[in-house]
Design a protein around this ligand. Sequence first.
Ligand SMILES: Cc1ncc(COP(=O)(O)O)c(C=O)c1O
Length: 464
Amino acid sequence: MAKTSTPASKRTKSAAKPTSKSAPKAATKTKVLPKPASQDVPMPVVAKATESSALALPITVSFKDIETARDAIRRYVYETPCAASERLSNMTGCKLSLKLENLQMTGSYKERGSLNKILRLSDKERKAGVIAASAGNHAQGVAYAAQRNGIKATIVMPETTPLAKVRGTQEFNAEVILHGSSYDDAFARAMELQREHGYSFIHAFDDPLIIAGQGTVGLELLEQNPYLDAVVVPIGGGGLIAGIAIAMKEINPKIRIIGVEAEQVPSMKASVAAGKITEVERASTIADGIAVAKVGKHTFPIVQKYIDEIVTVNEEEIANAIMVLLEREKTLVEGSGAAGFAAVYNHKISGIDGKRVAVVVTGGNIDITILAKILERGLAKDGRLASLKIIVPDKPGSIAEIAAIVAKHRANVLNIAHDRVFTAASLRETEVEFLLETKGKHHVQEIVRDIAKHNFHVKLEKPA
Ligand SMILES: Cc1ncc(COP(=O)(O)O)c(C=O)c1O
C-alpha cells in the first residue's frame, strides 16, 4: 500500500521564506481581506443547541499582534518541524505534512499563548502571580510560561484529573489545587482565588494575547511551506485556529483553513451555523482538549470571518488516527492532537485531493493507560488480536489439539482461559478462550475454519 516514509529523524524541514516571485508575501500591515468564496458554503447544524448566549465581539487580534507575539516568545518555544510524510500522503491522497506541536516543551502548542500573555504582565501583576483553570494542556502551558519568567502559578484542576497531568503541571513548579468534579467547578474556584489574591487569570483560549500567541504556529507554517493549499486545525474554544487563520489568511487569503471538532461536542460548528455563540451539551470524548461546550467571544468572530469549513470526527476515527500516527509515522499523539489527521484520513474534508495540506498535530499528552486500550482495541478491529471461544470435550488432549491447529497456522497464543461454569457448554464439555496474535482478519478466518473443520464449536469474539 504505502511506500516507505522518510524516517522522522531524517526529514528536513521545508524551505524557509518564499523564494519564487509567485509565492505569497508577508503582509506589512493589517488589512481587511475579502471573504473567500468557499466561506459562503452553509454549514449544517449538527448539534442540539441547548442555549444560545453571549454576543460576539468585533475582531480583536491583528496580524501585527501575531508578529509581535512571535518576537516575544521566540526564545522560549521550539519551532516545531512541519514534516512531509510520503507514507501518509499515499494513504490519504493529498500531499500531507504534519506540524508537530506535540514536540513542544510541554507536549502541546499551549505554551505559545501563555507565554505571550505572561510576558505582557506589568511588574505588579508578575509579583501577584497567575492563576488558571484547566484539566489538561493549558495547565502545563501556563505553568511552564510562569516558571520560565519566575512567576508564581496556581492551577485549579478538577479532582478527576489524571495523575500524569497533575504531576506534569507540578513539575513546572506550579501549585496545583484539586477542586470539584468538572472544569466548571475548577473554573469557579479559580475565579474566587483570583479575586482573593489579585492573581492574573490566564484564559485557555478567549483572550487576544492568547490567540496571538497561538497564531505564531501559522507564521511558522507559512515559512516552512509557503505553497500550502490547506491547513487542518482542531478546534476547542477556537484560540488556536483563530490565531492561525489571521496569520495565514492575511498573507495568503487563498489558503483554506479547516477546523475539526469532536462529533460529541461540535460547539463551533453549531455556533457558525446559528450565526451566534451557541452552547452545546457537554460530553466526554477521548479528544478531551477540544471538548469545549461554548466557544469564545473573541475567537468566534474570527472563525466566522476566516474559516472555510468545519468538520467533525467520531471517537472511533480519533482512536484509529492515534494508532495510525503511532504505527506508521512513529508519532505519539493525544486524542485532540489526532483530530485533524482523523478528518483527512477519513476523507471528511472536501476538495483536498492532491493538494498540499498541513495538519496541525496539536499535542501528545496522552494517558498511557488510555493509549494501551486504544492500541489493543485497534489491533482487535484489525484482526491482529483475536479472541476465539471454543467448546471442547472436557478431557486431556483437547486443548493440545486446538493449540496444534493454531501452531500450524503460525499464530501466536497470548492467553488461554478455561470456563467450566459460566458457559453454555454441557457438563462433559468446557469452554476455552484462546487469545491470539495473528496477521489480520484473513488469517483469523483461516484458523476459525480449520478449527470448525475439526468438529469444534468455535466463535470469534467481536471487539468493542
Ligand atoms: C491538544 C489540543 N489540541 C487542540 C486544542 C484546542 O485548542 P483551542 O481551545 O485553542 O481551540 C486543545 C485545547 O486545549 C488541545 O489541548
